[in-house]
Unconditional design. Structure first.
Length: 242
């Protein structure tokens, strides 16, 4: 746990970094724009679909004016967007995690050579692949929440802690060891990494703070990666930071 908390607080201490602040601000503004666009398109589509009103049994046709329908659906969409803000902002900020790791290494491990850039296509694949797994796993977990309500918080923390740990550590480690080296390190230090992932899940329940989780997670797991002994494919053996 000392290793986990040390990495966590070192990551937290770098939030004065302009790169960190820029990524968080970009993610939030972009997410707001995306959600606003979804609300506009959805309200326009509903008003177009129900332009002749809504026909109810016995009562007949109601809301024949499409304007109130459009505005009502718009405000409903805005309200729903409040719940979508965190996952959308997290997905967008995940595209910049490689830059977070680079900023951490530039400040704390300056003797390392630059890591190869991941590329936009690979970043998009990883981001949406992880988002899909996260959503699917939590939908399955809903069944367990229903049948085991007393254990629901522990299931939520354990499941999402594991998923976040695996995603963020694979990102941090594969930059320098490749995916095979990242898998080796994951198997060696799975328990420590899982505990670190649970620490990442905790802020998810706190409004506003939950929006910085992707950046905090990327920075924390970058520190954890550099605290572990190297694997054969890891060229930190030749460029150890002080």
């Amino acid at each position: 746990m000392t290793q986990v908390f040390s990495s966590f607080f070192r990551a937290l201490g770098q939030f004065d970094d302009p790169i960190f602040r820029r990524i968080i601000a970009t993610s939030i503004v972009t997410a707001l724009g995306v959600l606003w666009g979804i609300a506009v398109i959805l309200s326009w589509g509903i008003s177009l679909l129900l332009s002749d009103g809504i026909t109810l049994p016995i009562i007949g046709t109601v809301f024949q004016d499409p304007l109130p329908i459009g505005w009502s659906s718009f405000f409903i969409s805005i309200a729903l967007s409040m719940f979508l803000m965190v996952p959308v902002a997290s997905a967008i900020s995940s595209l910049f995690l490689d830059r977070v790791a680079s900023a951490v290494e530039a400040r704390h491990y300056p003797n390392l050579p630059p890591a190869p850039s991941q590329g936009l296509r690979a970043a998009l694949q990883d981001t949406f692949g992880f988002l899909g797994i996260l959503i699917a796993a939590n939908m399955v977990a809903l069944i367990l929440y229903i049948f085991l309500p007393l254990f629901a918080p522990f299931i939520f923390w354990g499941l999402n802690g594991y998923l976040l740990a695996r995603e963020y550590f694979q990102m941090a480690a594969s930059r320098r060891t490749g995916r095979d080296g990242a898998r080796i390190l994951w198997k060696r230090h799975k328990l420590v990494l899982w505990l670190a992932g649970i620490c990442m899940v905790a802020p998810l329940s706190i409004p506003i703070l939950n929006l910085i989780v992707p950046v905090l997670g990327a920075a924390t797991f970058t520190h954890l990666y550099h605290s572990f002994p190297a694997v054969p494919s890891d060229y930190r053996n030749q460029y150890r930071a002080p």
